[in-house]
Structure formats: structure tokens, C-alpha cells
Design a protein around this ligand. Structure first.
Ligand code: DGJ
Length: 723
């Protein structure tokens, strides 16, 4: 009996009553995130489908999750915040104070102020809800007016509760040359952590993004899914906790791993943005939401077409002189390339950068290799109708360099004379130090001032933080390094964007080590992977484009056999794979014979004629390379649904009478489309319907049969609305 009464009291306390006046409705056209104030605590009522009305919410009797739960207030779940106040107290009780909402054109802005019950310690929750794109961005600002500094030990960007019978989590893991591999698992009771602890180049191992499907495995075309990404290039952590009542709570933000942060009364701690979307028609729509949002609000110049580049790395590596580069430019110009990008190896004199062992940090043109300097190369490029781009890796240094000799204190190090761990024979510069920030800015600034006609900068980063320690940070603030490094990098990039608004920046970090919306806020694109084998790219680009748009995905045509995997593939397959992203080349044109040059020339013309569809269109994933049928297919469709490019790939052997059936999606079903082939190089069409006019309804419901039997055959089809 006694036990029963205790249970009733407990339920009453937990249920509480939501006051209608304190309902906060964060909404887009199709998504609602609803909070209520219950017993002075901010709680989540709903996240998912848009609610046209919240009338009667005060009668709901479910127990809701506290938003931004803090340590020491009774919860034994994961928390968003842990703060140790100057008197040693670790308890924080966040009480709702007030909120403001406004709407300006496409963006609804919400700010909710919470305050600790006892101390002048504040947490401000900020939201931007993008109406048409159905994306909600959240970040948190922590500040206080206590007498002494507060030590923050956990500082999430966002906490979201989900309610379903079961949860399926998709995340993207990898390693060098194998980034963005997709895996899905059913969440069991307990906590699943997705995180990185590498500080730099962190997305090579685990991407700060996820797809959470509710009640069933994620499908592209059906079901409820939430999709999210953290805009942060440093350590991150997503914890998904499923409790005994089948609630799932996500706490997402900077990884608090060894990152305690002192916050003085004058400072603000601003978390990175968590980007969230939701769809009740499968994950494809969620990807479209993120892509549309990213092009409009996150990428640099997301509404401008990207040029076709030829990057010199796989064509020349460190072995070049001016003549070699000029002959590469001749071929590039002949094929229709728009920007020639000079990769690693152009600098260093006392310690020439002729391999990855020396010279990194010494950003003076190598006089032996390029006696007439970069200007001479730019003149030559421009004479050929090409623009010019250049590679830098300004955050790093080889011990064998003049920079390391002059500024050993700028290097991130383990302190106390411990031996440093080298990776790719290099060390990291300490970007928490403003002097180093100035130096890193100066590296790029000097190159661009000396060569004002450069239009493209490839920014590389080839190691992560293993030696932990800063000669700049105070002894009690060493744990700031993870966060201050990334914030230092952001500062430098922001300053460069401001000074050079027309430069295209590519984020590269040994390939796909900086594929995140943090870096992408200051850059135009990323190099998706050093693995340029088109078969491997099927999977890498498939995973990448769940979260990040094609316009940002550097995808290059390379030599066969491939340098990383030694796999031989037909030129057409290599070209068709690069068509799926921001197409470019990564070879020396003299690797190709005359016939190949002619073919690539045609492909580049075709890409130029269709790039607005690929770079600005909506992506529809039609057939997954992970499916067992050995085919993959995607399409890009203009928002008006009047033009589409469909790309289909075969990656396994099929018997004679087998054909791929590709059912299209996203077309106008009442429209009729003319069908043509792009990049074709066969006498016989692989698709019978080429040259015909077929309705959107048929293309989507009956589909097209594509004749592809051998591994590495591919077909690109163009659809044009005729009526
Ligand atoms: C790693 C990059 O991913 C490559 O594309 C190339 O730029 C090399 N670094 C150069 O060292």
C-alpha cells in the first residue's frame, strides 16, 4: 500500500502541468519543435511533424524530457551541462526566465533564457528555424556574473528527445581513403556514443552527422527520420540514450573529452551550431532539406556554379618543374578545364619540399623548381584560358624546416621534453595562440597578395592532435587546447573570407578529414577523399551526399589503374562517377591518349551544360551501392522538375538476361520527358528508351531498364520536360 502511494506522488510530481502561456513553438513549414515550461523547467513536448495548432497542450499528461538537463539536479541520464562554480558546488538548476521569438522572411528566430536557481549563471538557447528548407539550427551561449571563473565540463549544443517503439541509427565512419562509410544499427537500451577525439582531420574517422529512423530501418522513400549534423571541425560527441521507457535522448555537441573550460565573468562560451531536420517521407527528403539549406545559408557562395579544376597531385606529386606544370596546363586547357590547381611541393628552399619529409612551413617559392615564380605559371595559365589555384597546409610544420627552427614554441607539443609523435613527418602549429593565428593567416594572405590572380585555394591538413600541450596556454588552461584550436582556425578562415570574398576555398584534410558544416561555413567545398577509385567513390560519395550537397563534393577523374587501389576501370565509369559531384580532374593529361582526351573533352562540355542541375538540383538516391543487386543510381532534378540527370552504375557481374530496373523519383508525374544519353561511348544504347518521350508517371512507377552487365559499366541519362 505504502509503495503505491509513493508511486502516485512521484507520478504527479513528474507529470506536472504545462502552462499554455509558456509554450514555445519553433516551427518551419513541415516541422515543429515544441517546448513547454513545467514547474519552471523547460521541457520538450514534441519534435517531428508540423503541428498546425498546440491548443490543449496544457492537458497533456505525459512526462516530458527536460531540455538542456544539467548536472546535479536529480537526473541520472546524460546531461547537456556540467559546471563547477567557484565555491566548488557542481549543482546547476536551470530555471526558465523568458523567451523571445521573431520571424524575418524565411527565418524564425527564438532565444530562451535559463538561469541557475541560485547563482547568476545563464544559459541562452538559440534557434533559427528555416521555413522553406525545414531545418532547425540550434546553439547555446553560456555566461555568468559570478565573482570568479566557472569551470565548464560539459556544454552541449542541443538535446532532443525522440519517442518511438524502436530507433535505427545510421552514422558515417571511416579512415583515410575510406571515409563516410555508412552503417545502420538498432539502438538498444543504454548509450550509443558517436564521437571523435582527434581534434583535427576528425571527420576521416567519424562524421559529425547522423540519421535516426523511428520505428523502422531508414529508407530513402518512406518513414520518419531525423537527420542532424554539428557544424564543428573539432572533437564532437553525440550520445543517444534509450531508456527503459523507450525514450531516446540525443545530447550533441563538442566532445567534453579532456576539454574542461574556464569561463570568466566577462566571457561567453558559444557552442557550435547543431543542424537538424526531419522528414516523414524517408531520408531522401531529409537530405534534400539539408542540401537546400546548406547551399543557401551555410556554404560560401552556395548559389554560384563551381568551375572544373585539374589538381596536379596525382598527375605530378612532388616531381615537377615549371615545364611539367605548363605541359599539364596545355592538356588541361585542351580538355576544357577551367582552373589549374598546383598542389603540394612548390615551396621550401633551405629544406625543399620535394617529399613530405621537409619544408612544410617555409612558404617561399622553391627557386630551383620554379625559378620564375608562381606569377610566371599564372601568366601561362591565363594565356591558355585557365585560372590558377594553389595548395597550402598552413597549420602544419615539418621538424625539418626553417619555421620549426625559428619558432619551436609555436608547435603543439607534449611539454616536459617528451618525444613528439610524428605523423606524415609533421607537427601541428598551435592555433590557440593569436601569434600563430596571425602567421597562418599571413601564409595565405602573402600568397594571395603576391599573386592577386589566384582564384582557388586548397587548404590541406595532414595530421591530427596526438601531442597534446601548448606553450601559449596557462598551466590550468591546457584543456582549452582542443576547443581553442578549432576556434582559432575558424577565426583565421573568417578573416580570409572577409579579405578575399572571391577566392574559392577547398577544405581538404588528407582527403575527407574536414567534411563538416563548421569548415563548410568558411569554404566552398571539400575534397571528399584521397581515394579516387570510382568503385570506392560509389560508397564514399553515397555516404557523403546523405548530409552534404554535390556542389561541395570534390570528385575527380583519375588515371587507371587507380593509384590507391590499383583497380582498373574504364574512363567512362571514372567520368560518370565524377559527374555526381563537383567534377574535376586529378591526373597529368599525358596519362591519356588522344581518344581519351577527346572523350574527356566531351564529358567536360556535357558537365558544363548540365552543372547547374547537378550543383543546384535536388538529389534523389534511387539504388544504393550497399544493396546486394550490384547496381547504384542517383539523380539530380531541378526544383522546377523540368530537367534531370540520372546516373546509374554497375559494380558487379550480372548474368546475360539481367537488367537494372531504375525507378525514378521526384519528377512531375503529369509531365512528359524527352530522354537522351550523356557521356555515351557505345554504338548500341544501353537504354532502349533513348530518344523517346515518356511521362513522369511511367518513369517513376514503371521505371527504366538499363542494360549493364559488367562491373564498371555506367550510364548517364538526361530528362527534359517537353510538355
Ligand atoms: C593530402 C591531400 O588529400 C592530397 O590531395 C594532396 O594534396 C596531398 N595531401 C599533398 O601532400
Amino acid at each position: 500500500m505504502k509503495i503505491k502511494w509513493i508511486m502516485v506522488i512521484c507520478t504527479l510530481l513528474c507529470v506536472g502541468v504545462l502552462a499554455k502561456a509558456q509554450i514555445i513553438h519553433i516551427e518551419t513549414e513541415r516541422i515543429s519543435l515544441v517546448y513547454g515550461v513545467n514547474d519552471e523547467k523547460l521541457q520538450q513536448v514534441h519534435f517531428g511533424n508540423h503541428l498546425s495548432s498546440v491548443d490543449g497542450v496544457e492537458h497533456l499528461s505525459t512526462k516530458f524530457d527536460e531540455i538542456y538537463p544539467s548536472f546535479g539536479n536529480g537526473s541520472s541520464n546524460e546531461v547537456a551541462l556540467i559546471a563547477t562554480h567557484a565555491d566548488g558546488s557542481m549543482a546547476t538548476d536551470l530555471i526558465y526566465q523568458n523567451h523571445q521569438q521573431s520571424i524575418d522572411d524565411n527565418i524564425q528566430t527564438t532565444t530562451i533564457l535559463l538561469k541557475d536557481e541560485k547563482k547568476a549563471f545563464f544559459v541562452e538557447l538559440n534557434f533559427k528555424a528555416y521555413q522553406a528548407e525545414d531545418v532547425i539550427e540550434q546553439w547555446v551561449v553560456i555566461h555568468h556574473k559570478e565573482k570568479k571563473a566557472v569551470r565548464l565540463e560539459q556544454f552541449a549544443s542541443s538535446t532532443i528527445g525522440f519517442k518511438a517503439e524502436s530507433y535505427y541509427l545510421t552514422h558515417f565512419y571511416g579512415s583515410w581513403a575510406k571515409e563516410m562509410q555508412m552503417t545502420e544499427e538498432k539502438l538498444c537500451n543504454g548509450i550509443k556514443l558517436i564521437e571523435t577525439k582527434r581534434g583535427v582531420r576528425s571527420t576521416e574517422y567519424e562524421n559529425p552527422s547522423f540519421v535516426l529512423a523511428l520505428d523502422q530501418k531508414a529508407s530513402d522513400a518512406n518513414g520518419e527520420v531525423a537527420m542532424g549534423a554539428l557544424a564543428w571541425s573539432g572533437n564532437f560527441r553525440f550520445s543517444f540514450q534509450v531508456d527503459d521507457k523507450e525514450n531516446c535522448q540525443l545530447v550533441a555537441g563538442i566532445n567534453p573529452y579532456a576539454s574542461a573550460y574556464w569561463l570568466s565573468p566577462k566571457e561567453e562560451f558559444v557552442t557550435p551550431r547543431m543542424i537538424l531536420t526531419y522528414s516523414n517521407t524517408g531520408k531522401n527528403q531529409a537530405s534534400i532539406n539539408l542540401h537546400r539549406w546548406a547551399r543557401k545559408y551555410n556554404l560560401q557562395d552556395g548559389d554560384e556554379e563551381r568551375p572544373i579544376v585539374l589538381n596536379s597531385w596525382e598527375g605530378a606529386y612532388f616531381k615537377f618543374d615549371a615545364d611539367k606544370l605548363k605541359s599539364m596546363m596545355d592538356g588541361a586547357a585542351e580538355m576544357g578545364v577551367e582552373v589549374f590547381v598546383l598542389d603540394d611541393g612548390w615551396f621550401g628552399n633551405k629544406y625543399p619540399r620535394n617529399s613530405d619529409k621537409s619544408g612544410l612551413g617555409d612558404w617561399q617559392v622553391n627557386k630551383k623548381k620554379l625559378p620564375k615564380g608562381i606569377g610566371d605559371l599564372i601568366d601561362y595559365a591565363e594565356g591558355k584560358g585557365l585560372q590558377f589555384g594553389i595548395w597550402v597546409e598552413p597549420e602544419m610544420v615539418n621538424p625539418k624546416s626553417e619555421l620549426a627552427e625559428q619558432h619551436p614554441e609555436w608547435i603543439i607539443q607534449r611539454l616536459n621534453d617528451r618525444e613528439e609523435i610524428l605523423e606524415r613527418s609533421q607537427l601541428l602549429l598551435d592555433l590557440s595562440n593569436p601569434e600563430v593565428q596571425d602567421f597562418v593567416f599571413g601564409v595565405v594572405d602573402n600568397v594571395l597578395t603576391e599573386n592577386p590572380r589566384i582564384v582557388y585555394v586548397k587548404w590541406d591538413a595532414n595530421r591530427h592532435i596526438q601531442n597534446f600541450g601548448s606553450t601559449y596556454l596557462d598551466a590550468d588552461k591546457q584543456s582549452h587546447l582542443w576547443i581553442d584550436y578549432t576556434k582559432g582556425l575558424e577565426k583565421v578562415l573568417a578573416k580570409l573570407n572577409e579579405k578575399y570574398p572571391d577566392i574559392i576555398f577547398q577544405a581538404c584534410a588528407s582527403g575527407g578529414g574536414r567534411v563538416d558544416y563548421g569548415a563548410l561555413n568558411y569554404t566552398h567545398e571539400f575534397w571528399a577523399s584521397d581515394d579516387t577509385d570510382p568503385f570506392e567513390r560509389l560508397f564514399i560519395q553515397w555516404g557523403t551526399n546523405h548530409i552534404y550537397p554535390a556542389i561541395a563534393t570534390g570528385a575527380h577523374i583519375t588515371k587507371s589503374p587507380n593509384h590507391q587501389t590499383n583497380r582498373a576501370t574504364p574512363l567512362k565509369f571514372r567520368c560518370d562517377m565524377a559527374m555526381g559531384g563537383r567534377l574535376g580532374l586529378e591526373l597529368s593529361p599525358d596519362n591519356l591518349d588522344e581518344k581519351d582526351i577527346d572523350y574527356v573533352k566531351r564529358v567536360l562540355e556535357t558537365y558544363k551544360a548540365n552543372r547547374s542541375i547537378i550543383q543546384f538540383g535536388d538529389l534523389f538516391r534511387l539504388n544504393s551501392p550497399y544493396d546486394k543487386d550490384g547496381y547504384a543510381a542517383i539523380s539530380y532534378i531541378t526544383p522546377e522538375k523540368d530537367e534531370a540527370v540520372v546516373m546509374a552504375y554497375c559494380h558487379e557481374f550480372h548474368r546475360r538476361d539481367e537488367r537494372a530496373l531504375i525507378k525514378l523519383q521526384g519528377l512531375d508525374e503529369d509531365a512528359v520527358y524527352h530522354i537522351s544519353e550523356l557521356n555515351g561511348n557505345r554504338k548500341v544504347n544501353q537504354v532502349n528508351e533513348i530518344g523517346k518521350e515518356i511521362s513522369g508517371a511511367l518513369l517513376m512507377n514503371r521505371g527504366l531498364f538499363i542494360n549493364m552487365k559488367k562491373p564498371y559499366e555506367s550510364v548517364v541519362i538526361k530528362l527534359e520536360k517537353v510538355r
